[in-house]
Design a protein. Structure first.
Length: 620
């Protein structure tokens, strides 16, 4: 046998009376392990149920804790997966898998109740690294209803409702698993082919001895066959027939599992329309079943008490028989003595000499007889006293039974109080974990805030460095502008000097006009010098204009630098405000955290934190 994974579990799911027992028994012929603790065969299943006894007990206890039974058509209570009972069942299932199937490459578990509790099984298998697969066994709902009507006296409508609940729960909770459909009719007709194809669909290879499997599956075990056309117009029957037809199509490869989603939604809608009536009726049936169960248990207890009293009375009757035997023996002796006395009287005439002696003997015998009569009366009184003691013992037994019931009630109350205390402790541990999570969140926020503050400080330092660099550039620009102004002033001084020289030259030229005749050649030379100085003045004016433009541009740059420096200063002030606010929040969080550590509730819950740390599952 080979598998698609190192270990594989087959969850055999289906409604009661649908052929799940035959399917599980057939898997055994394919070498699939079922465990060693199997339920014994019953009158309604003589070839065996092939159900693991421990799994059935786990399912029944969980149903009882959830106030449900195997035949309850209602959905499980909301949030049932998070209950203490579900957690306990999960632990028991995990232990069962580890104990019975740890070394099995392929194994199967079968119990129709598993349809209601598949989420627990799939979670356990996922945690233990076992590949979970499913075989969903389907039989026509009317055949199942007929079988339950014969075995349990159920009305068909109730059986159809339960069929829908089991099948749709199984389909919903095996989503995502490798799964196959086993049609009951196909299993009866050809078990070798039907189981072999299902195993192949699950990716499992196995060998089987065909004749042994055919001998195991008895076609005569199918006592009910659904009609070709279902009778009745009930909406649930029509829906159940539609669901079964779709399952048949899936088995034949002509439909997909998702095609059942609409049918499941329709069932939920129909149930919601009648939820109040159906829930109330189911709850009433549950209470009646519980009352009947308690009555049967009371009858069994009463029968046990009667048997105990009967045993006690039997002992007393034996004592009474012993006393009666003794009394009869005394009576026999008395009768013999009387007969002897009669013989003595008969011999009276012949034994005149012995008469006095015989008379005295007779007197003694009469006295002995009287003593015997007194002892008999004493025995009768003792018998009456024993009867009185028997009645008192019965009354004491009744009182003891009442006290026992009272003690049982007190035990149940203490157990309830213990459960409440454990629940309170778990809630306290949960609140403690929430407070620790909140503390971790505050610590994370504080760390993030500190990191942000450090980043802000880095950005602030970068901004300050940028501001210092801009200030340095601004100072350099101002220094350059001051140097430009100084050069401009120097040029202006040079220009003034040139103007004064030009004025002197002009004055000298005016004097030269008077000497024109004498200094003609000198005038030409002076004119040339004047033209050269005028050109120099023009060039100086151009330089002055250029310097004024440069000064204006420098002033504009200075204004822009001052504006940028103001913006940087504003940003710096905003950064400092954010930093101050961040530090203030960090200080507030630190104060809050210190207050939590100093609080009375933190000190009081220290033992619970230690307990929660001890009970917290260790990382694997």
């Amino acid at each position: 046998m080979s598998t698609a994974a190192s270990r594989t579990a087959i969850l055999v799911a289906g409604m009661h009376r649908s052929g799940t027992s035959a399917t599980a028994g057939a898997l055994r012929h394919f070498g699939v392990a079922l465990g060693s603790r199997m339920l014994a065969p019953g009158p309604d299943n003589p070839t065996g149920y092939w159900e693991h006894e421990d799994a059935v007990d786990i399912h029944d206890r969980l149903l009882d804790a959830l106030e449900r039974r195997w035949d309850d058509v209602r959905a499980l209570p909301p949030g049932w997966r998070s209950t203490d009972a579900a957690a306990a069942a999960e632990a028991e299932i995990r232990a069962l898998v580890k104990r019975d199937f740890a070394a099995q490459p392929i194994w199967a578990i079968k119990d129709p109740r598993i349809c209601r509790f598949l989420p627990i099984w799939t979670d356990v298998l996922r945690e233990t690294d076992i590949r979970a697969t499913a075989m969903i066994v389907a039989r026509h709902p009317l055949e199942v209803a007929a079988s339950l009507e014969k075995r349990n006296g159920w009305p068909p409508r109730a059986a159809v409702l339960l069929w829908l609940r089991y099948v749709l729960d199984a389909v919903r909770d095996t989503r995502g698993l490798d799964r196959a459909v086993i049609r009951y009719a196909d299993l009866i007709e050809d078990p070798v082919r039907t189981i072999g194809e299902a195993m192949a669909r699950l990716g499992l290879d196995a060998t089987v001895e065909p004749q042994g499997l055919r001998d195991f599956v008895d076609p005569g075990a199918r006592h009910h066959v659904a009609p070709a056309q279902a009778d009745g117009d009930g909406v649930f029957l029509k829906l159940a027939t539609d669901v079964y037809d779709t399952v048949e199509q899936i088995a034949a490869g002509r439909a997909q599992w998702d095609d059942l989603d609409a049918r499941s939604a329709a069932f939920d809608a129909l149930w919601a329309e009648r939820a109040d009536e159906l829930d109330a009726f189911a709850a009433m049936v549950q209470r009646l079943e519980t009352a009947v169960s308690h009555r049967k248990q009371s009858e069994r207890d009463l029968h046990a008490q009667v048997e105990a009293h009967t045993e006690t009375n039997g002992g007393l009757l034996m004592q009474l028989d012993t006393l009666s035997a003794g009394r009869e023996e005394l009576a026999s002796k008395l009768a013999a003595q009387l007969r002897w006395s009669e013989d003595a009287v008969a011999r009276h005439d012949a034994l005149q000499l012995e008469r006095d002696e015989l008379r005295s003997q007779l007197t003694a015998q009469i006295r002995w007889s009287e003593d015997a009569a007194e002892r008999l009366e004493s025995l009768q009184a003792e018998r009456d006293e024993l009867r009185s003691q028997l009645k008192a013992q019965i009354r004491w037994s009744d009182d003891a039974a009442a006290r026992l019931e009272s003690l049982q009630a007190e035990r149940d109350e203490l157990r309830s109080q213990l459960t409440a205390q454990v629940r309170w402790s778990e809630n306290a541990a949960a609140r403690l974990e929430a407070m620790q999570a909140e503390r971790d969140g505050l610590s994370s926020r504080l760390t993030a805030q500190i990191n942000w503050s450090e980043a802000a400080a880095v950005r602030l330092e970068a901004t300050q460095a940028e501001r210092d660099e801009i200030n340095s550039k601004l100072i350099a620009q101002i220094r350059w502008s001051e140097e430009a102004v100084a050069r401009h002033q120097a040029l202006q001084a040079e220009h003034a000097e040139l103007e004064s020289q030009l004025t002197a030259q002009l004055r000298w030229a005016d004097e030269a006009v008077d000497l024109q005749r004498e200094l003609a050649s000198e005038r030409d030379r002076l004119r040339t010098d004047v033209e050269r100085h005028v050109q120099a003045g023009i060039e100086a004016e151009a330089v002055r204009a250029e310097l004024e433009g440069a000064l204006i541009r420098a002033r504009t740059d200075i204004e822009q630098l001052r504006t940028h420096a103001g913006a940087l200063a504003a940003r710096l002030e905003a950064s400092e405000a954010v930093l101050a606010e961040t530090l203030h929040q960090a200080n507030g969080l630190q104060v809050t955290l210190d207050a939590i550590y100093r609080s009375h509730s933190w000190r009081v819950t220290r033992p619970l934190r230690a307990l929660a740390a001890a009970l917290r599952p260790r990382a694997r």
